[in-house]
Design a protein around this ligand. Structure first.
Ligand SMILES: Cc1ncc(COP(=O)(O)O)c(C=O)c1O
Ligand SMILES: N[C@@H](CCCC[NH3+])C(=O)O
Length: 415
């Protein structure tokens, strides 16, 4: 469910026609819906109301300050993977005590800064990282709260699309090696063992892989308990999928119910790190048709957004719905390839989409609120798009479009 719907033939973002946003702020332009963000966050929070929990939005999905601020005001936690994301969360008013620090390559300066602001927990992905955190905590005279991110090696044959929770992936600590690392962690005075973490992949549309992973994590918790190591929380990562086209992912309530069934009366606090499920369908990318270009084999609609604005189609052959801002534009109805101006054959946003198009039409690429702007670049010296947040009848510019000259303002030539 989102707040980008047609009234008659006109596409609205909440109560604002998207064409008004294009008129005011230009294209390409990301548009986010505050109401959708809030609804999705509340769906998670409400689903786990029966036990202590922390919903930690994965900042990599959408790190715009206005988005983080909206979530911070709800009391959200945040899952970060760099000091850059840490500074954003703090700047947006997020509570450092609700920040979880994930990622395989934490630098010493990043660890130091996280200890200084007092984050909730480090998700440790290797033994050398544990030793580094202990050393830096000792220098700072503090104790570092940690979970080990375990790699549960969820069976690839039954769930072939999962790519982070397999033994051959770079992520996490092999679940069979984790016990020894936990014993080491428990022996270090600068380390406080807080929980167990796992994250098995993204855009999961069925619950069974999550439940397989939970089963293995619970078995580990039991083995640790037998050795006198008791943990307070289970962090089950992010990964719940969304509907891009025809997928039918479980709702947060279904997810919570299935987890609760397995957890029964175990008292663990549950931490989750959803990114896509909160932000994905809370955003669209608005773009304008520059040219219609029929060739011998294809009908190309060349639009002003490109792979540098939205990388997912080029990188993953991801399919996202593309819809017109007005359904009655009176152009040509054909199967169009929606492509951008970047000099790469892989620069497409959608292929063979049945649309009625004329030059100058506005198109919305749906489900662009997660891994959209955050994965954008300046390739071809293209300024990154503006970002707008809609709140009821109001539209707010939350990041202005870059200017071509500021892209090279920090560059220097030889003396
Ligand atoms: C450690 C970690 N946590 C959370 C997420 C967020 O995932 P998603 O956006 O699929 O919920 C990711 C990305 O897959 C991740 O790597
Ligand atoms: N960026 C990816 C997901 C990666 C998740 C990050 N761990 C996407 O757009 O689908």
């Amino acid at each position: 469910m989102d707040h980008f719907n047609y009234r008659g033939d006109t596409l609205y973002a909440e109560d604002v026609p998207v064409a008004d946003i294009a008129e005011r702020f230009g294209t390409p332009c990301y548009i986010y819906s505050r109401a959708t963000l809030e609804r999705h966050w509340h769906a998670f929070d409400h689903a786990f109301r029966g036990r202590p929990h922390l919903i930690g939005f994965a900042v990599k999905a959408n790190s715009n300050l206005a988005v983080l601020d909206v979530l911070a005001r709800l009391g959200s936690g945040f899952d970060i993977v760099s000091v850059g994301e840490l500074e954003r969360v703090i700047s947006a008013g997020g509570d450092p005590g609700r920040i979880i620090f994930s990622g395989v390559g934490k630098r010493a300066d990043e660890i130091r800064r996280a200890l200084t602001v007092g984050i909730r927990c480090f998700n440790v992905e290797s033994e050398p990282e544990l030793e580094r955190i202990a050393r830096i905590a000792a220098e700072a005279g503090v104790q570092a709260p940690v979970s080990l991110r375990v790699n549960p090696d969820v069976d690839a044959r039954s769930h072939p699309y999962i790519s982070t929770g397999l033994r051959e992936n770079k992520f996490g600590i092999d679940i069979h090696a984790a016990e020894a690392v936990y014993r080491r962690a428990a022996s270090l005075p600068q380390i406080r063992v807080a929980g167990i973490d796992c994250h098995i992949g993204s855009q999961l549309t069925s619950l069974s892989p999550f439940l397989d992973a939970l089963e293995r994590v619970l078995a580990l918790a039991d083995r640790l308990h037998a050795q006198g190591i008791d943990i307070g929380h289970l962090d089950l990562g992010g990964g719940l999928g969304i509907r891009y086209t025809t997928e039918q992912p479980p709702e947060p309530a279904d997810y919570a119910e299935a987890l609760e069934h397995r957890l029964a009366d175990r008292p663990y606090e549950i931490i989750l790190e959803p990114g896509r499920a909160i932000a994905g369908n809370a955003g669209i990318l608005l773009t304008r048709v520059e040219y219609l270009k029929p060739t011998a084999t294809h009908h190309f609609a060349i639009v002003d957004a490109a792979m540098n604005d939205l990388l997912r189609p080029a990188l993953y052959q991801a399919e996202q719905e593309i819809v017109p801002a007005r359904r009655d534009s009176g152009g040509e109805s054909r199967d169009w390839d929606i492509v951008g101006p970047v000099c790469e054959t892989g620069d497409f946003l959608g292929k063979r989409r049945r649309l009625t198009l004329a030059e100058g039409d506005l198109l919305a690429i749906r489900s662009s609120g997660a891994y959209g702007f955050t994965m954008s670049s300046n390739y071809n010296s293209r300024p990154r798009a503006a970002e707008v947040m809609v709140d009821g009848e109001r539209m707010h510019l939350v990041r202005r479009r870059e200017t071509p000259r500021e892209l090279f303002a920090d560059e220097m030539v030889l003396p």
